[in-house]
Design a binder for this molecule. Structure first.
Ligand SMILES: Cc1ncc(C[n+]2csc(CCOP(=O)(O)OP(=O)(O)O)c2C)c(N)n1
Length: 375
């Protein structure tokens, strides 16, 4: 039987589109969890979103000027991301996709580390000790769902699950999009994490489009119902509401670390920009659809909530200025950045010397030499 998305109730939310708190039978237990967020935390969430958006827009401009090979915008999806990022505990690990700039930023990934990925200047991983467990982006759809599952199974084998100490036990977050759920890897991850009670939480950003394919044609059943069929505790949340993302994310990560097995969170959100700078969304979606989602902007929503909590406009303006400064700094550093020598792309593929690769490295060096040092 086909279950139409329209037949379902609304996704869970604690903040409505105007930033007012929502109360109802389903919300109170989530409010109780969101209450752990102090006003300072909420301001920090707003700062992370605003700074990320400013850098995001600047990176898009830099790509247009030929300074980056590609850029993948997160504009519009910052709300759910910031909630999930704040829901993680220090010892947790996250395997992002390529659009989780807020999560990477909150974990401590430097902006230039992200820019370097899209300049094609970074070929290895990020140091998990320096990024509080944020693994490098993956541009191969859903592949990181398997990395995350295996890693989470390893956490269990290390005895770092279910000891009762939430400050020590570990949970793993993996992020991907609605389109990635169509990949076999994503289904295998659901099976294995469920079978092995792995401490894994999957955060699916249903941003409505897998490039030009709408999410509604990719699944006959809503994605959270599919995940329940695999034995995951699954939720459908408003992906532009940082508070519900925090509450559900915190509950699921803590349940996973306690040994209760995997959780699954589907965020109802929207990719406001192009899929990447190589894409033209005007070819496949309407400006009415975009305008409707514009009214649900997570940054405006949390700003309204903060104002209602007594935060002054001057503070919000300071955040805007800080964001503009950060973006300008990223621009300056990108313009100044040099490219690594091309032969390093061979250096971290295998642990041990590898003859065919050594030959390829030599062949590239000989080819580049034909340009007389101007390759
Ligand atoms: C294994 C694989 N197949 C195809 C692609 C090409 N591709 C890049 S992005 C994308 C759509 C992804 O959509 P979704 O998972 O919804 O994530 P979003 O980009 O919307 O965040 C596809 C098919 C790829 N990168 N990797």
């Amino acid at each position: 039987m086909t279950v139409a998305l329209a037949d379902l109730d609304e996704p869970l939310r604690l903040l409505d589109a105007d930033g007012a708190l929502v109360h109802g039978a389903e919300t109170e237990r989530w409010h109780a969890l969101a209450d752990a967020l102090t006003l300072e935390d909420r301001i920090a969430m707003q700062r992370a979103m605003v700074v990320t958006r400013a850098v995001d827009m600047e990176a898009r401009n830099l790509q247009r000027q030929g300074r980056l090979g590609l850029w993948v915008p997160s504009v519009g999806q910052e709300g759910g991301q910031v909630g999930m990022a704040f829901a993680m505990r220090d010892q947790d690990t996250v395997f992002p996709s390529y659009r989780e700039h807020v999560i990477a930023h909150v974990r401590g990934v430097e902006w230039m580390q992200i820019v370097d990925v899209f300049r094609g200047a970074r070929h290895g991983g990020w140091d998990p000790a320096a990024t509080r467990g944020c693994r490098i982006y993956s541009l191969v759809i859903a592949t990181q769902s398997l990395h995350a599952t295996g890693y989470a199974m390893g956490v269990t084998m290390d005895g770092a699950v279910g000891t009762g100490d939430v400050e020590r036990d570990e949970a793993v977050l993996v992020c991907y999009g609605d389109g990635a759920t169509s990949q076999g890897d994503a289904s295998e991850s659901l099976v294995f994490s469920s079978t092995f009670d792995a401490p894994l939480v999957t955060y699916v950003q249903d941003n409505k489009w897998a490039i030009s394919v709408p999410s509604r044609v990719q699944s006959r059943t809503p994605l959270h119902l599919r995940a329940r069929g695999f034995g995951h505790r699954a939720h459908w949340i408003d992906g532009n509401d940082p508070l519900i993302a925090f509450a559900v994310g915190r509950a699921e990560l803590d349940a996973a670390r306690a040994g209760s097995g995997p959780g699954y969170v589907v965020a109802d959100t929207y990719r406001m920009g192009a899929h990447t700078t190589s894409d033209d969304p005007t070819r496949y979606r309407s400006s009415e659809e975009e305008a409707a989602w514009q009214r649900r902007d997570p940054i405006a929503r949390l700003a309204a909530h903060l104002r209602a909590q007594g935060v002054e406009d001057a503070l919000l303006r300071n955040i805007d200025e800080e964001a503009a400064d950060t973006a300008a700094d990223v621009r300056r550093r990108t313009l100044e950045a040099s490219s690594p020598p091309s032969d390093v792309i061979f250096d971290h593929v295998y642990t041990d010397p590898h003859e065919p690769l050594a030959q390829q490295k030599l062949a590239l060096a000989e080819f580049e030499a034909t340009f007389g040092g101007d390759a």
